[in-house]
Every structure is written in C-alpha cells, then in structure tokens.
Design a protein around this ligand. Structure first.
Ligand SMILES: *[C@@H]1O[C@H](CO)[C@@H](O)[C@H](O)[C@H]1NC(C)=O
Length: 196
C-alpha cells in the first residue's frame, strides 16, 4: 500500500492523484460503454491539480485497440517549464464486468500499479469524463479528467462534462485547465508520420 501511495506522487503527470480524507464517492459509469468508439485521439481539457505535478501543456491521449483486446494508451505532453516533449505508453484493460471500468498501467514506470480509469460519461465525439479514485478507507486519492475531441472545445462541450461531475458529486474545485495554446500542430510536426 505504501508503494502504491508513493507511486502516485513519484510518477508526476502520468498518474498523479490528489489525496482526500474519506473513501471514494459513489460514481456511476457510462452504461453500455463501447470501447471501440472511444478509441483515437483526445485532448486533455481539464484535470485535477496534483501537488507535485509540474504542468504539462498540449496534453493528448491516444487510445488504440490491441489484438488481445487490451487498449494501448499513448500520452504526450510538452513540459511548460522546458518546452521538451515527452510521451508515455500504457496499457488499459478491463478488470470488471463493467466495460467502462478500466485499469491503466504504465510498464515503463519504476513503480508498478494499476490505476483505475473509469469512464463516467462520453458521447465519443466531443467529450469524455474520466474518474480515477483509489480507496484506502480512511483516505482516497482522486483524479478526474475532461477529455475533448477538439483541442479548443466550445464552452457548451465543457458544460456537458461539468454536469457529469456534478451529477456524481465529484468536486470541480480541483480542476485546472490544461494549456492547449501554442502547441505544435500535428501535421506540422516533422516527427509525425502523417503526410501533410
Ligand atoms: C496485449 O497486447 C499488448 C500489445 O501488444 C501487450 O503489450 C500486452 O502485454 C498484451 N497483454 C496480454 C495480457 O497479453
């Protein structure tokens, strides 16, 4: 348990969580979640603030399906301090009969653990609300993400996501906006294998 707890603080932006007193609130996941529609690229619009996390900007998450039914996770960000781009690969898999309750692990990290990745709600085409809470009974560590298909979504899209958090009694007070300004356009990125 100690290792898991430390892990959340050591690994920085990949899976950093905010500690709260008390257990996890009851949260409802998306009924009939369809992972295949959720694949592809998402932009991180907002996420919980984590104490030891130095902000990354231009954060994206790309999900792709593997032959064995697991989902590959590819997260990219640009350090707000150094401007250096970094990425991390993870693996998402189902741990529960509820298809919307996924777990994500990052094999390259020094500390191994599975972080919960619950899709609370998504319309697949504009927003996704992801909740990650680990219950240590007297306290819990929590993280929430609002992912959007557009890098700069209209407010109406964010409002749909806020409603999901409110409905589940999840505080919005810890949400911070992810800086998605002055990001490389993917087609203008020389490392991209896409033909522009
Ligand atoms: C499933 O496939 C992925 C990608 O090839 C691999 O990283 C992972 O270890 C595999 N998982 C299992 C349980 O076979």
């Amino acid at each position: 348990m100690l290792w898991t707890f430390l892990g959340f603080f050591l690994v920085g932006s990949a899976v950093a969580q905010v500690p709260f007193l008390g257990g996890c609130p009851k949260a409802e996941t998306q009924p009939n979640f369809d992972p295949s529609k959720y694949l592809g690229k998402w932009y991180e619009a907002e996420r919980y603030f984590a104490i030891f996390e130095f902000g990354g900007k231009c954060v994206t998450a790309t999900y792709s399906l593997n032959d064995n039914g697991t989902v590959s996770v590819f997260n990219r960000q640009i350090s707000s301090l150094s401007g250096v781009e970094s990425s991390i690969e993870g693996l998402a898999f189902q741990k529960s009969p509820d298809k919307a309750k996924l777990s994500v692990s990052f094999p390259s990290l020094p500390v191994q653990f599975d972080a919960p990745y619950w899709v609370l709600d998504t319309d697949y085409t504009s927003y996704g609300v992801v909740w990650s809470c680990v219950d240590f009974s007297i306290f819990s560590t929590r993280n929430a993400w609002i992912l959007t298909r557009e890098r700069n979504p209209p407010v109406s899209v964010l409002e749909k996501a806020y409603k999901v958090l409110d409905k589940n009694g999840i505080s919005r007070a810890f949400l911070v906006r992810t800086d998605q300004k002055n990001c490389h356009d993917d087609s203008a990125n020389p490392e991209s294998n896409q033909v522009s």
